[in-house]
Every structure is written in C-alpha cells, then in structure tokens.
Ligand binder design. Structure first.
Ligand SMILES: [Zn+2]
Ligand SMILES: [Zn+2]
Length: 645
C-alpha cells in the first residue's frame, strides 16, 4: 500500500460513473479502495450558482495567489461563461466586498474563518484536494506544502459536477449549455488521485503546457517543478571537464576529472558513470550542486539525479567490496550514495529553507534494475543492509525498458520486471515512480499494442505501492491515437476505477463524432490482429523495439478492411462539408491523422499490391499530412527519407 494514499471514509454511497457502450468483452470488476471516491452529491435547497443564466457569485483567490490558483480561477470563470453565457468575476481577498457567495480557491483567510481546517500532506497528497460547502459558499483547497495543483484539479471536478465539463483534447472541450446550476452541498471531503504525480513525456504535451495541465499531468520540466530530468549525474551535476569546485588543496586550474579521476568510471567513453563509493568529497560536491539547484528553482519539488544512459556501472575495488558487504548490487551503491547526499542537502534545507520538502529521484534502469534486497529465513524481503534502505524523500524511478507491453506485468512474459518491481516495493513502498512506455520506438507510424494492458499494468503498480506514474511516447509529433492515449491514460492515472475501453469509447464519440464507430472498428481490427500476432506468431513483439513492421501482421486483406473503415468515416462526415465547413475540416483532419498509419502500411509494407498510380496518389496524401501534422520521424532518430520524395 502507498503510505500516503488514504481512502475517503464517507457514509454516502460511492459515485458510480456510468459510461456509454460496452467494450470488447473486457470485464472489469469495480476496484475497492484507493481510487478517488467521492460521496454522492446533493444540492443546497433553493440556492443556485446560476439562475436564469445569472450568478451572484465571485471566485475568490488570495492576494498573492500562485500560478495554479490563478489558473484555476481563470479556468473556472471561462468554462462557467461558456456554459451559461455569463461570466463571474475573479476577486482577490483584499478586494472582496461581499463574503456571502463565493467559490474560494486555495488557502484564503475566508477558508480559515469558515472551514477552519488545516490540511496535511499526510492526508492529501500532492495534486489531491479538499472541497466543502459552508453556508452559501464552496471552498476548494489543498495542503500548503503541496504545489497547489490540487486546487486546479478540484476546479475541474467541480466543473464536471456543475456543467458536465470534460477535457478530451486541446481542440475538444465539452461544457453543457445551461442557464441553471444548483449550489452543490459538498459535505467536506478529500479527493486523492490514484497516482500522486502523473507524466506523459511526449512531444505534443511537452509543447503545450495548458493541455498538460488540463489532463492533470505535469511535464518533466522546470516549469512544472521537476528539475534535471533524465540522465544527468555526469552531465548536469558533476561534469568531469568542468572546473573543480571541491575546495580541497590542489584544485587550482584543474577539472573535476583531473583532480578526482577516481570519481568517474569510463571517463571519456560512452560508458561513463559516477563511482558511487568515491567518498565524502564527491558526496559533498554533489550535495552542493543540489543546493545550487534549490536556490535556482525555489518552487521546484522534484530533483532528479539520473544515472547516465548506458549499460555500465563502476567496478572499482571499493565498489566491488562494498557490494559484497553492504550494497549487494549497483542499485544498492547508488542508494547508499544518495542517502548520504540527502543527509547533507536536507540539513541545509532545514537550516535555510525550513518547511520546504523536496523529492529526490534516481533511476532503477540499466544495471540498477534489481533492488538491493535479501530474503529473511521466514521469507520476508528486506533491504540488503540498513545502508540501502532509501530515506523517505528518495524516489526510485523504476524503468523496465525490456518489458513486453502486450502482456501484463504479472504475466510470465514479464517475470523479471514483476520480480524487480515487487522487490523494489518491499524496500521503497510509496517511493516508487513507474516508467512505462507508450510507443514502439522503431515504428512511430504503427500503433503500439498496449491497449489491453495499460490498466492492468497500472493496477499492479498501484498494488505494489507505486506513487507516481509515467508513460513515455515519442519526442517528436506522431500519429497513432496520441490524443486518445493522452486522454485515456491521464484519466486512468487520476482514477483507476475507470475502464480503459469505456474511456476509449467516450473519447471517440466526442472526438470523431459521426465517424466514431468507424474509428472504433479500426481500433478493434487492430487489436484483434495483434491478439493473433502477439499470442501465436511473435510474442516478443510487444517490446518497445518489437518487430511490428511486417506483412505477417498487416496482411493486405486486413489493411484493406481498415482502409474501408476510413472511407466510411469520411463518408459519415461529408454532410458537414457545406453545412458546417469548420467542423468538417476539423473532423477530416482528425480522421486523416489516423489514416496516415494505414497509408504508411500500404506504401511501405504492401507496395506490390497497388498500381503505380495508386501508390503515387497515396504518397502524395502521405506527404501532405506528414507535413500538415508536423511529423518529423519515422522512428526514433530517423526522418522519413525517401517516403517523402
Ligand atoms: Zn578540486
Ligand atoms: Zn567505484
């Protein structure tokens, strides 16, 4: 169990979410326990937020409201205006004249006066929130020590109650049109997400902060308080060729490597890593670098200390001896090192920035995937020694790069991943961040088949105490249902009691409208085809480098069947071409974005089935839409080459 997540104890019945449609024979029993459950909502008799399209309410924020609180207020005002035709004002506390009817966002003075509750991070995790109606006002807030993102997410839930607000994609946001919104009687409860921090590193979210926030995600970037993302130990923390700042005798005119060659394993090669047993001087220098980052980014919360991106670890005598005695393996060495660094940095924080808590992140990745554990005679999995028990603020970013995403984590195809995850869970419960993948890195234009496993993988992770969830896709724009994947996955990371396929159906109905059934048909054929291929022909193809670019998987009859569905999809929206040209174009583009994948299969995998003229026409369409959607890579690190000739 996650140490921090807690269940809302409410006498009311849980809110049962009803979705349209039934999916693919996938039955999902309701999960008890950790998803953000909410008591059933009632209204305050004879009180209205809007009546006859008019409101007497104000949105209240603190005079020094932070970024999330201000944005939450704007989102609330704009969406209520979209739904009713009339806005309500956003007012800061010193400008508030009438306190009787407000929606108060964040820890306002009025909150202290009317709700009078101190919110603690032990009850409400970062990005969770508390909501209560008192008299004629609604209050939404979160613990002072958190980022305040919870206030924004509370506003989205509030909008969902009030006007059926739903964010599908940047260009598809739903609000019910209404003139009347009741005042809901929130009885005073906390809502915590399934995973306290959620990330989908991918190009379109990297470049669109608003959309990222509306999906309730953060981006791995300074603007979301996640610093030094990625592989940075020897590129962002201790750069071997930078001027040595150890401060010891002999520094004069030397680089780190010149003064301390033993700190760097594989210096000057692609195999470079830090030596985690190099000792107190290195620990102190790394700690000082952290402290520089603390000062440079005063609002940041997560500081990553990522090992370099290679398969090597230091094998010096000290590392070898330390592993045998205390650390067991390289992951153990890394934790020992970081535990000591954190003792220094947290000491500095306590003295210089009391009240600030930061989270440190290290990878469990190539060479460090296995947890440093031992099994006691009575079968209990415990840290190999006291030294490798990660301190509370140290998060382990478990990155099973070799996992098979066509199968669940707890299937025998992922036996190593499952074992590692369970063992990490035993020593880092509640301090685990999972790093999953959402794409085949050798085939950006063919859908990655994790449709049937996303939810189950998340469930296994949650059961094993994973606190934060990440799923990485392409770092350049691409096709393959990116908008749908972002919608479905961000929703599941927030509330895992939902069904993957119901979310798919919900998204498709909203996003493809009249064409939804044909896009869903395409999605089903694809999944059926993968079920055959990955169960019978090539079980290994579910990895992120798996071979899915083949006419064994995408036979001509299968691809033709998929293509027919795209013809039908386009026919179903043809009626808008004259009646609603903007809608027509928008739907056509959304459909063609997915059809690109089928065109690609025809011209790259099955060219011999088509005439020269047909190929020429398809290549012209392909080129047009590749440029239109700003796609730049066929696979990781490769452009489209002759496909765009
Ligand atoms: Zn030095
Ligand atoms: Zn070493």
């Amino acid at each position: 169990m996650d140490k921090k997540l807690f269940k809302i104890i409410a006498s009311a019945v849980c809110l049962v979410l009803c979705f349209m449609g039934v999916a693919c024979g996938e039955t999902e029993a309701p999960q008890g326990g950790e998803e953000p459950q909410k008591p059933q909502l009632s209204t305050v008799a004879s009180e209205y937020l809007y009546q006859g399209g008019i409101s007497e309410y104000s949105i209240l924020i603190r005079d020094d409201a932070n970024y999330y609180e201000s944005f939450a207020a704007t989102e609330l005002a704009e969406n209520l205006c979209k739904a009713t035709g009339n806005s309500i004002p956003v007012v800061t506390e010193s400008a508030l004249a009438d306190k009787t009817r407000v929606i108060s966002l964040g820890h306002t003075d009025l909150w202290d006066e009317k709700v009078g509750k101190t919110l603690l991070e032990t009850d409400i995790v970062d990005s969770g929130y508390y909501i209560q109606t008192v008299e004629k006002s609604v209050y939404i807030s979160c613990p002072d020590s958190t980022s305040s993102s919870g206030v924004l997410y509370g506003v989205y839930d509030f909008l969902s109650d009030a006007i059926d607000y739903e964010f599908y994609a940047a260009d598809e946001i739903y609000c019910k049109q209404t003139k009347e919104i009741p005042l809901y009687n929130y009885t005073g409860y906390a809502v915590n997400p399934t995973f306290e921090m959620r990330m989908l590193p991918k190009a379109d979210l990297r470049d669109d902060r608003l959309t990222t926030m509306r999906y309730r995600m953060i981006s791995p970037s300074a603007s979301f308080g996640l610093i030094t993302w990625g592989h940075g130990q020897v590129s962002q923390y201790i750069v071997p060729d930078a001027k040595c700042k150890c401060g010891l005798e002999g520094c004069e005119g030397k680089t780190y490597y010149q003064h301390h060659p033993d700190w760097f394993y594989g210096y000057g090669t692609k195999e470079m890593q830090l030596c985690w047993t190099a000792g107190e001087e290195l620990e102190r220098v790394v700690a000082n670098r952290f402290i520089e980052f603390f000062q440079q980014y005063p609002d940041a919360e997560y500081f990553m200390f990522g090992q370099e991106d290679n398969l090597s670890n230091c094998n010096c005598d000290d590392c070898t001896a330390m592993m045998a005695q205390y650390a067991k393996n390289p992951a153990g060495l890394q934790i020992m090192f970081m535990n000591k660094v954190i003792a220094l940095t947290n000491g500095w924080l306590a003295e210089n920035e009391p009240g600030r808590s930061v989270k440190y992140i290290i990878y469990a990745y190539y060479g460090t995937e296995a947890a440093p554990i031992k099994t006691t005679p009575d079968g209990k999995v415990v840290p190999f020694s006291d030294y490798v028990d990660p301190v509370d603020d140290l998060y382990i970013f478990y990155t099973p790069i070799g996992a098979n995403f066509a199968y669940q984590i707890n299937s025998d195809k992922n036996a190593d991943v499952y074992k590692n995850l369970k063992e990490w869970s035993a020593i880092a419960d509640g301090q685990l961040i999972m790093y999953l993948y959402d794409i085949n890195f050798r085939n950006y234009l063919i859908n990655f088949n994790n449709f049937g496993t996303v939810k189950g993988m998340y469930e296994t992770c949650r059961e094993l105490g994973v606190a934060c969830m990440t799923s990485q896709a392409a770092d350049s724009y691409t096709t393959c249902f990116q908008e749908m994947r972002s919608y479905v996955e961000s929703n599941l990371m927030w509330d895992l009691s939902q069904s993957y396929d119901d979310l798919v159906l919900e998204f498709m109905s909203a996003y493809y409208k009249d064409a939804a059934q044909y896009l869903y048909g395409y999605y089903e054929i694809m999944r059926d085809r993968y079920a055959y291929y990955q169960n019978i022909v090539s079980p290994e193809s579910g990895g992120i480098y798996g071979d899915i670019n083949t006419n064994v998987l995408w036979t001509q009859p299968v691809v033709e069947k998929m293509d027919e569905l795209f013809d039908k999809a386009l026919a179903s929206i043809a009626k808008y071409e004259t009646s609603s040209p903007d809608l027509y174009l928008s739907l056509k583009n959304r459909i063609m974005k997915e059809r690109l994948s089928v065109i690609y299969m025809k011209i790259r995998i099955l060219p011999s089935y088509y005439s020269e003229n047909e190929i020429a026409q398809m290549r012209a369409d392909f080129k047009y839409y590749v440029n239109f959607f700003k796609l730049s890579e066929l696979k990781e690190g490769s452009d489209f080459g002759d496909l765009l000739d």
